[in-house]
Write a protein that binds this ligand. Structure first.
Ligand code: NAD
Ligand code: AHE
Ligand code: ZN
Length: 368
């Protein structure tokens, strides 16, 4: 079949919206009609050429929601008409990662996914007879996409696609990092570096679990009011203090119980560790840093009880946890509506990237 898609032909180039060819689902695969997709900073990161795994030409996008239109042989858990959210972190429930209680990083298809192909090593997308690569196993910047069954969470049918697509990455990444990974306790002090599409979700996760002090840090002063709306109790603009770590230490009586880096800046990752409380403070790295970048600190920071952790997709096991997060949204426990700041048709997708780079949007959502 033909499907309309925004194709990334090369690093640093705007996406081109064209009709591409899409093969039907093979064994264990599912054809999904995408109804909406968010644009995450990670799409921009890969498009920039900074992603060591970035390969072109490809169809980006990993924050979607849609409807199953066809299932391949051996697909047992889904059928046409089901509403689904694509999972760049799948959940096979069989690999040694899925069976381990301490991780959500299912590895069943990680190798082929990282190469931009389906588990059998081939692509379903092509243009003029030449293959186009999949992206993060999702390629939600296409009106129709083929995904492995294990990379789809079935969700309730009354939830609006233009909001729940954001649960496919940003919401789950932020809220999940607090709830599933750090397991922040009520009364904790929490610091969030970067109040964009991820950081604001960390803030609402911290409010959800009853953190007592939630400090947000961002260079963009426009982020303060939105942060406060989501539960932030204090705001620090790094341009307005002489030392960010000292500013946090002063506000938290010696350091934070938990910090989250939601930018992808290795210098800020160091600040995020060092503003944690001696003896127990935990720092979670969420931001994705470019190829070749490294983090550093004095080992003494770790010897004295601060710890560095990292988390992908909020530690969530997608097929199990994503339907619950959709319920939290539908029950009013989390706010997605105020974070979807812009919507647009696929034809205008490059505007979504421009708004992100200008610091104007939290989430732009493409509605098909
Ligand atoms: P975003 O662009 O919406 O937000 C980034 C925020 O950081 C902006 O508000 C910006 O003003 C602020 N900022 C930039 N430099 C800063 C600095 N030096 N000090 C303070 N604030 C600064 O991006 P996003 O969509 O929220 O994504 C954030 C990061 O998380 C990206 O690196 C993205 O790739 C990554 N990410 C990781 C995962 C994961 O599973 N680990 C999932 C999604 C996104
Ligand atoms: N491909 C990059 C790493 C990119 C990365 O860290 N991706 C996160 C999700 S970001 C979503 O917006 C992730 O899931 N990582 C775990 C994984 O297995 O990819 C690189 O550096 O090579
Ligand atoms: Zn993302």
């Amino acid at each position: 079949m033909k499907t309309r898609a925004a194709v990334a032909f090369g690093a640093g180039q705007p996406l081109e919206v064209v009709d591409v060819d899409l093969e039907g689902p093979r064994s264990g695969e599912v054809l999904v009609e995408m109804m909406a997709t968010g644009i995450c900073h990670t799409d921009a990161f890969t498009l920039s050429g900074d992603d060591p795994e970035g390969a072109f030409p490809t169809i980006l996008g990993h924050e979607g929601a849609g409807i199953v239109r066809e299932v391949g042989a051996d697909v047992k858990s889904l059928r046409p008409g089901d509403h689904v959210i694509p999972l760049y972190t799948p959940e096979c429930r069989e690999c040694n990662f899925c069976l381990h209680p301490k991780t959500n990083l299912c590895q069943a298809i990680r190798e082929t996914q990282g190469k931009g192909v389906m588990p059998d090593g081939s692509s379903r997308f092509s243009l003029d007879g030449k293959p186009l690569l999949h992206y993060m196993g999702c390629s939600t910047f296409a009106n129709f996409s083929v995904l492995p069954e294990i990379a789809l969470a079935k969700v309730r049918e009354d939830a609006p696609f233009d909001k729940i697509c954001y649960i496919g990455c940003g919401v789950t990444t932020g809220v999940g990092a607090v709830v599933y990974s750090a397991k922040v306790e009520p009364g904790s002090t929490v610091v969030v570096f970067g109040l964009g599409g991820i950081g604001l979700n960390v803030i609402q996760g911290a409010r959800l679990v009853g953190a007592s002090k939630i400090i947000g840090i961002d260079l963009n002063p426009k982020r303060e009011s939105l942060g406060r709306k989501f539960g932030m109790t204090h705001f620090i603009n790094p341009n307005e203090v002489s030392n960010v770590v000292e500013a946090v230490t002063d506000l938290t009586r010696g350091g934070a119980d938990y910090s989250f880096e939601c930018i992808g800046n290795v210098k800020v990752m160091r600040q995020a560790l060092e503003c944690c409380h001696k003896g127990w403070g935990e720092c979670y790295i969420i931001g994705v840093a470019g190829a070749g970048q490294e983090i550093s600190t004095r080992p003494f920071q770790l010897v004295t009880g601060r710890s560095w952790h990292g988390v992908a997709f909020g530690g969530a096991r997608g097929r199990t946890d994503v339907p619950t997060i959709v319920d939290w949204y539908m029950d009013g426990k989390i706010n997605i509506d105020d974070l979807v700041t812009h919507t647009m048709p696929l034809a205008d997708i490059n505007k979504g990237f421009d708004l992100m780079h200008a610091g104007e949007s939290i989430r732009s959502v493409v509605i098909y």
